[in-house]
Write a protein that binds this ligand. Structure first.
Ligand code: PLP
Length: 361
């Protein structure tokens, strides 16, 4: 039986993509070898790379004045690479600190640039997002960094800050499941291992005008212009991630693109928030209801003992990946693109039943 995979990433991928990959794995396009054995300079791989690039642009709707880059090192490498490329020496950069991942990005930015917190949700224990006007951008700021969905905290930035500087967005855990307001951004990035592909790289959309003068002192792998100038083929790329991502994107496009994914995610999330809200306090979601994540639903049970029992029962029913992040505990259900609504309904059913069985316990 295939698991109901609620993992936060890597995560579930469409079964028909996995089957197609299996069927093509030993002999890719009549080459007599696997795609993972091919040269990245071969014509077979060239077609895969170009097709995935094309689909990334069409599904995302990225305008032509944005370069699309496939870069290894995940979203984490981007935490440092962005300030290294986009902020010139001493230039101020603002960070909206909304939880664990925003803090990680801010910490790395401070290590290499003159970064400040334009808003910090610590006093609310990172359970809410700033009102657009609450973000304080200092004069001379090059850009403002936002994390549009906090994967660990389970909160989502519904409205972008009202800032008159370009935004940089970490969209890792809702990548291409939400429209991107291209006018507002100079750069959008995310690891691919949630909605899009196996782990191995980040997709970076960057406004071409922003990377005309990456500092010459940077090692080449850390320079956006080096990747852009070679169509993300300057060195050996993450070929397998790129190949699988192409197949996933083709399905996303055929199923209605970002708009369809966004609606699907909202429906899946509502199914679980309903189970939480109707549980008479058995399940607690600590998040400001206005900014509940559509991708990562976090909840606590009345005790850690009950949480362990719940996770064990879920495991017996083939529902895996529901343990909350090790830094916060509790439970978390991640509802990425390929997770079927039927899996979410099965989980909601278990939640209802478990609450009924244990409410008085
Ligand atoms: C919002 C967010 N940003 C960044 C990261 C780090 O991504 P990576 O593991 O690709 O470096 C994650 C990982 O889960 C994330 O959820």
């Amino acid at each position: 039986m295939r698991a109901h995979n609620f993992g936060a990433g890597p995560c579930t991928l469409p079964i028909d993509v996995l089957e197609e990959v299996r069927d093509e794995f030993l002999d890719f396009a009549g080459s007599g070898m696997s795609l993972v054995e091919l040269s990245h300079r071969s014509s077979e791989y060239d077609s895969v790379h170009d097709e995935t690039m094309k689909l990334t642009r069409s599904v995302s709707g990225a305008p032509e004045d944005f370069d699309i880059l496939f870069i290894q090192g995940g979203a984490t490498l981007q935490f440092g690479m962005i300030p290294m490329n986009l902020a010139s020496a001493g230039q101020r950069i603002g960070h909206v600190v909304t939880g664990s991942w925003a803090t990680a990005a801010y910490t790395d930015a401070k290590a290499v640039a003159n970064a400040y917190a334009a808003w910090d949700g610590a006093e609310h224990d990172y359970t809410t997002m700033p009102a657009p006007s609450a973000v304080r951008v200092e004069s001379g700021t090059r850009y403002l960094h936002v994390t549009t969905n906090e994967t660990i905290g389970g909160i989502r930035m519904v409205e972008l800050p009202a800032a008159d500087v370009p935004l940089i967005g970490d969209m890792s855990s809702e990548y291409l499941a939400r429209p991107i307001d291209w006018e507002r951004y100079d750069l959008v990035y995310g690891g691919v291992q949630k909605n899009l592909a196996p782990s191995g790289m980040a997709v970076v959309f960057v406004r071409k005008a922003s990377i005309e003068s990456s500092p010459a002192t940077l090692p080449k792998y850390l320079r956006y212009d080096w990747h852009a100038g070679a169509n993300s083929l300057a060195n050996t790329p993450a070929m397998f991630s790129t190949y699988v991502m192409g197949k996933v994107l083709a399905r996303i496009e055929a199923a209605g693109g970002i708009a369809a994914l966004e609606a699907d995610s909202a429906r899946k999330a509502a199914t679980l928030y309903r189970a939480i809200d109707e549980s008479e306090g058995f399940y607690r979601n600590p998040v400001d209801p206005a900014v509940r994540s559509h991708m990562n639903v976090v909840f606590r049970l009345p005790s850690e003992e009950l949480e362990r029992a719940f996770l064990a029962e879920a495991g017996r029913r083939g529902m895996i990946g529901l343990k909350g992040h090790r830094s916060v505990g509790g439970c978390r259900a991640s509802l990425y693109a390929a997770l079927e609504l039927s899996s979410v309904e099965a989980l909601a059913g278990l939640m209802d039943q478990f609450a009924t069985d244990h409410r008085q316990a």
